[in-house]
Design a protein around this ligand. Structure first.
Ligand SMILES: O=C(O)c1ccccc1NCC(=O)[C@H](O)[C@H](O)COP(=O)(O)O
Length: 260
């Protein structure tokens, strides 16, 4: 059965084919941000709240979360409220994001910024660096082991850290690579869109201690974070819960202040 991920990747392949004709990869090295020294998300998570607060207008599972939000206000609010890092969705068709969102987030905050997209080629990693990212996401369900190896090594060679996302044991098996910094467990089943925090709890036993453990999706209360910490999770990627409000600073601060 075809999943939403299959549709997203098929669209990404055609987008990239067009894009590469307009902006050749050689252009990225000429951009000022390409030469910026990146900030470590691993250190930021370990020395802070662990919250990776996501800028997300809409998604395949929620067609409208916050369509009028301004990247600058939201990301600065997240930083001031105590987030360790920011995640910015740059996919346009399925999430309403863009590279401009990434650039605006970069200009608004000093904490690490994750480019959240569906990366299948080195071109997108160069593009992420040139637009201010400190860390990229790779998705095990979308890539073969050799691709995960090559892309993660390439990202690290540019000074970027790598968050590799898995959803089950089989995906985790192929993801335990030395060129990966953070292992993310996505609690969202991309076939049904259901989220279940037990996915993180169950997979945690199989994640070696060398990786920073990140739990992603469906986190809606500080209590869940306390539970996940008992399973060794240090990073918590939260989108909808923080985006659905009109006051990202106040609500994120209340949320972060309530984590013990
Ligand atoms: O969010 C979706 O509907 C979605 C669908 C298909 C692929 C990826 C999707 N989400 C990307 C994410 O990883 C989440 O935005 C992120 O983990 C935050 O999740 P949440 O806190 O549940 O908004």
């Amino acid at each position: 059965m075809k999943t939403i991920l299959d549709d997203i990747i098929a669209n990404k392949i055609s987008e990239l084919n067009l894009k590469k004709q307009v902006v050749p990869a050689s252009q990225f090295e000429k951009m000022a941000l390409f030469h910026r020294k990146t900030v470590s998300i691993t250190s930021a998570i370990r020395n802070g709240s662990g919250i990776i607060a996501e800028f997300k207008r809409r998604s395949p599972s929620k067609p409208a979360i916050n369509m009028n939000a301004r990247v600058q206000n939201v990301t600065l609010g997240y930083q001031e409220a105590g987030a360790s890092a920011i995640s910015v969705l740059t996919d346009n068709k399925f999430f309403g994001g863009s590279l401009d969102d990434l650039l605006l987030a970069r200009a608004s905050v000093t904490i690490p910024v994750l480019r959240k997209d569906f990366i299948i080629e080195e071109y997108q990693i160069l593009e992420a660096k040139a637009n201010g990212a400190d860390v990229i996401l790779l998705i095990a369900a979308a890539l073969r082991k050799q691709e995960l190896k090559n892309l993660s090594k390439f990202a690290q060679s540019l000074g970027l850290e790598v968050l590799l996302e898995v959803h089950n044991e089989e995906e985790l098996e192929k993801s335990l690579l030395p060129s990966v910094n953070l292992l993310g467990v996505n609690n969202r089943n991309l076939k049904t869109f259901e989220t279940n925090i037990n996915t993180s709890k169950e997979l945690s036993k199989r994640i070696p201690n060398d990786f920073v453990r990140v739990s992603e999706s469906g986190i809606s209360s500080p209590k869940t974070i306390t539970e996940l910490k008992a399973y060794g999770f240090e990073g918590f990627l939260i989108g909808e819960q923080l985006m659905k409000t009109n006051s990202p600073y106040d609500d994120t601060k209340t949320f972060i202040d309530a984590i013990h």
